[in-house]
Design a protein around this ligand. Structure first.
Ligand SMILES: *[C@@H]1O[C@H](CO)[C@@H](O)[C@H](O)[C@H]1NC(C)=O
Length: 405
């Protein structure tokens, strides 16, 4: 029976974390734009986008100038992406820093044929240097505010941690508009949403892993650290399982309501001692690609008033840092379980020169789905709660994240 023992040993070993991808936490594009005094310019340039987003539902379906690519939202959100990790493509391996994004489903990196400013300062994929490169040739485009990101599809060997995926379809961007990408600390994006959300044709990365049986379980999970010290364990993506050392207490599960985003039902969002939003339930997307929590404009405006946040000229909301201790807790109710966020977790602190500025971690964003208006739960929520994405049973689990102080 020695072979059984060996087989057990082998699989226990595999399950115990060879597929650990460490994540780094870096400054967001928004922070970098603000530090270089370009945030106002950016917001002004994207007014049409903001307008479209807000009023899209008022126009007849198919009005071309108002057509909103589902991913244009995403690119706007990448302004607030802060956790990145490494992947490689090709033989020999070419390394890229990507956002591991549960809010989209495509994989793309800059192409060596891209001459946009953004590409010039990022890693670019050099197809001619790889012996395993396969030309696909189909085009992809991601609609984005004032322009389109354009690219071509290719297939390659993809490596993430110790996992190798054969024949992975991915996009090589040949044109990246605007300066969000110039500022970005990441080269590309690796989407972990459902196939229905993909703009590209072909399998999203985790679907390839499932098809090629590269993971033990059809699960991945995220731990996002709150620590500001770089070099620490800033975050971890675990492919194929759960890392029990990174959370405490039970896992509470939520069924996925629409297999597109990782979308679930939210029972309510309550501000301590005051009102409750979406008292009859609404929808929420679990999104590692954004740092904030977003919701419908009218709800968010009321919420900002309840936490005493005041608007700036670029539509951000500022909080007096001295008042953090006195601010109410915000409780999110998911499948009858209460998830409490203290002001320490929903206020984002940033240093601008010598001054510390405190920003509200809530932002207005209109996203509708066939099941009603949606909220986005980003890193503010996900750094408090370890999150588990289960494609086998189509559910998302949360447990209290363990943090070293
Ligand atoms: C890619 O990353 C791996 C792991 O971090 C490293 O060992 C390797 O040298 C890198 N390759 C290149 C070409 O930078």
């Amino acid at each position: 029976m020695w072979w059984t023992v060996l087989a057990l040993l082998c699989c226990a070993w595999t399950a115990q974390g060879v597929n650990r991808i460490s994540l780094s936490r870096m400054a967001t594009v928004r922070t970098l734009l603000r530090a270089s005094n370009r945030l106002e310019e950016f917001v002004r340039d994207h007014q049409p986008d903001v307008f479209n987003r807000k009023f899209a539902q008022c126009y007849p379906p198919g009005t071309p100038s108002l057509r909103l690519g589902k991913n244009s939202e995403r690119l706007y959100n990448f302004m607030d992406a802060q956790y990145y990790g490494q992947i490689s493509l090709g033989t020999p391996a070419q390394n890229f820093t990507v956002v591991f994004d549960t809010g989209s489903s495509d994989l793309w990196v800059p192409s060596s044929y891209c001459i946009s400013e953004a590409c010039a300062i990022h890693e670019r994929f050099e197809a001619y240097k790889s012996s395993t490169f396969q030309h696909d040739g189909r085009r992809f485009g991601i609609h984005y505010g004032t322009g389109h990101m354009l690219g071509i599809m290719s297939r390659e060997i993809l490596k993430i941690g110790s996992i190798t995926v054969q024949n992975q379809e991915f996009g090589e961007s040949v044109f990246e508009p605007g300066f969000v990408f110039v500022m970005a600390k990441f080269d590309g994006v690796l989407g972990l949403g459902y196939p229905a959300l993909a703009e590209e044709v072909g399998n999203p990365v985790f679907d390839s892993m499932l098809n090629q049986k590269s993971v033990d379980q059809p699960i991945f999970s995220f731990y996002l650290s709150k620590s500001k010290l770089s070099g620490d364990h800033e975050g971890e993506l675990l492919l194929g399982g759960i890392d029990e050392s990174l959370f405490t207490g039970p896992i509470n599960w939520n069924p996925v309501t629409l297999k597109n985003y990782w979308q679930i039902k939210m029972d309510a969002l309550e501000v301590q001692g005051a009102s409750s939003f979406c008292p009859h339930g609404c929808q929420a997307i679990i999104d590692t690609g954004t740092s904030v929590i977003t919701g419908p404009t009218s709800d968010i405006l009321t919420l900002q008033q309840l936490i005493g946040a005041t608007p700036t000229s670029v539509g951000e909301y500022i909080i007096d840092c001295a008042r953090i201790q006195t601010l109410p807790e915000v409780t999110i109710v998911l499948n009858k379980v209460q998830y409490v966020l203290t002001a320490e977790s929903y206020v984002r602190k940033e240093n601008l020169g010598d001054t510390e500025i405190c920003f509200s971690g809530f932002q207005a964003q209109e996203i509708s789905s066939s099941l009603g208006p949606m909220w986005i739960l980003g890193d503010i929520f996900l750094s408090e709660y370890y999150s588990i994405y289960d494609r086998g049973q189509d559910r998302v689990g949360f447990a209290k994240a363990r943090h070293v102080n």
